[in-house]
Design a protein around this ligand. Structure first.
Ligand code: CA
Ligand code: CA
Length: 477
């Protein structure tokens, strides 16, 4: 009896506690509902790693990405979206902070961004931190920031332990490609953290959530090593794999030596990438398989979202942290200031948006995602002044344009700017490149020294950052 009485009291206490804690919260949400004329949006923030335009924009023949194709029919696609940095950690630091690398010094890979940048550590609220402060539940799984946060910061960001499902790039220990970061091989689904993390997010969507949520999934694929379940390799016939259309022998003859150096560190095309045409085709085959694998993982989440009570009230944001060269400009991988590394897949689905299914051609940046979500979710502003701009003008009217070009940097005074027609690049030694996408989509003909370039370059000059934060450590070359 005594025990039952005690349990009963505990239950009563818990009930009273829940009433005191949640009723005011529900009241606040109701107020917000009236103000915003809808329930607070949930957010699915879906990140892929090193996915280029091949599948998402179908710029390479017959790439199989059915789930992303479906997402595009129900979202606004940004056909000219660019990363703020063409490598993983700084691109993610920028997107999650809403600050350009030249504002924080986080230009390069390594652990420095969230360990040494005073601005990121002391003066910045990350996107999940801001959602939490605004009353959201946060959930993250997989490759998110990439660089380690401090333990306390991790907990500040996520209500769950985000790396519980494992963390790429490799499949589990039974299925390692030992010493072959560039290798490719099929393994079962059970070997992949990406699969576990996608199912973990799908499970999260099956749960009943009292608060609105911000849920992020960071897939490792299609990043190397290009391991995937066999069925994704089987989607492609190796005999039909072709050398990318953008490849041009001697393409680098008209650029400066500093630009050429960018292809060295990540450009394993000549170091440990494909060295024969057969290898090259095998690597592309494996990259396409990894792309389709990432598409399938996204599908696991989106199909569950459609079945869930959250389908009509959840913003979906899909993006890759950088693009990828498969031989274009004689380069393999990323880390350049050219279109192939800087262009990223990006789509935003705002529920009931009448522009869903359409495409905006406005050059925009991943740094714009933070203010866009602040805007649509009605969040209080973060402590830092955001560098990006809300994309609501283009989400409400995909024909809208603005002058501001998209900015990508790769260390102090390494600037690349993309507007509707041109890409302009200026390196720290003052050398330049200018490409006209109207008749040169693969940026093969550098027009920086042509007579007509002067006026075009002058228009870009005002968008070159005037102040550059000191570089934290890390690698560019
Ligand atoms: Ca990446
Ligand atoms: Ca060229």
């Amino acid at each position: 009896m005594k025990i039952e009485f005690t349990i009963s009291r505990i239950k009563n206490f818990r009930a009273a506690y829940l009433i005191w804690v949640f009723i005011p919260g529900i009241f606040l949400l109701e107020c917000k509902t009236e103000k915003e004329d809808h329930k607070p949006y949930n957010v699915l923030f879906l990140i892929v790693d090193d996915m280029n335009d091949y599948g998402f924009y179908h710029t390479y023949p017959d790439v199989k990405t059915p789930h992303l194709d479906a997402l595009k029919t129900s979202s606004v696609t940004f056909r000219n979206a660019y990363c703020a940095s063409p490598i993983c950690t700084p691109s993610r630091a920028s997107t999650f902070s809403g600050l350009y690398p030249h504002s924080t010094g986080a230009y390069f890979n390594g652990s420095d961004p969230w360990r040494k940048s005073e601005i990121l550590i002391k003066q910045t609220e990350t996107l999940p931190e801001l959602f939490k402060r605004n009353g959201y539940e946060t959930f993250g799984r997989g490759k998110l920031f990439h660089a380690p946060l401090t333990e306390g910061r991790e907990k500040q960001n996520w209500d769950n332990p985000p790396y519980g499902g494992g963390f790429g790039p490799f499949p589990d220990s039974l299925h390692q490609l030992k010493g072959k970061f560039w290798g490719f091989q099929a393994f079962p689904d059970t070997a992949f953290p990406d699969v576990k993390n996608a199912y973990a997010l799908a499970d999260f969507l099956k749960e009943n959530h009292q608060k609105p949520f911000f849920a992020a999934l960071g897939l490792w694929r299609p990043h190397s090593p290009f391991t995937a379940p066999q069925r994704f390799y089987d989607l492609y016939d190796i005999n039909k794999i072709t050398i990318p259309e953008g490849y041009k022998e001697n393409d680098l003859a008209d650029i400066d030596s500093l630009a050429k150096k960018l292809i060295d560190p990540f450009g394993r095309f000549e170091v440990s990438g494909p060295t024969t045409e057969e290898d090259w085709k095998n690597m592309i085959h494996a990259y396409l398989a990894s792309t389709s694998f990432a598409d399938w993982s996204i599908g696991v989440v989106l199909e569950q979202l459609e079945k869930s009570p959250y389908a009509e009230n959840t913003i979906v944001v899909f993006w890759s942290d950088n693009g990828y060269h498969c031989g274009e400009k004689n380069h393999w991988e990323k880390g350049t200031l050219w279109e192939q590394a800087d262009l990223v897949p990006m789509a935003i689905r705002i529920p009931q948006n009448t522009e869903n299914g359409k495409v905006s051609n406005q050059p925009v940046s991943l740094v714009d995602l933070y203010p866009t979500l602040v805007d649509y979710c009605g969040l209080q502003q973060p402590t830092q002044t955001l560098d990006g701009k809300s994309l609501s003008p283009f989400l409400e009217d995909t024909q809208m344009t603005w002058e501001r070009p998209a900015l990508t940097t790769l260390g102090k005074e390494y600037t690349s700017l993309r507007d509707h027609r041109f890409r302009y690049i200026r390196y720290s030694n003052g050398t330049e490149e200018l490409y006209d996408h109207q008749n040169d989509p693969y940026e093969t003909r550098n027009k920086a020294k042509s007579p007509e370039a002067t006026a075009i370059k002058a228009k870009f000059t005002k968008y070159i950052p005037q102040e550059w934060a000191e570089e934290l450590s890390g690698r560019r070359f």
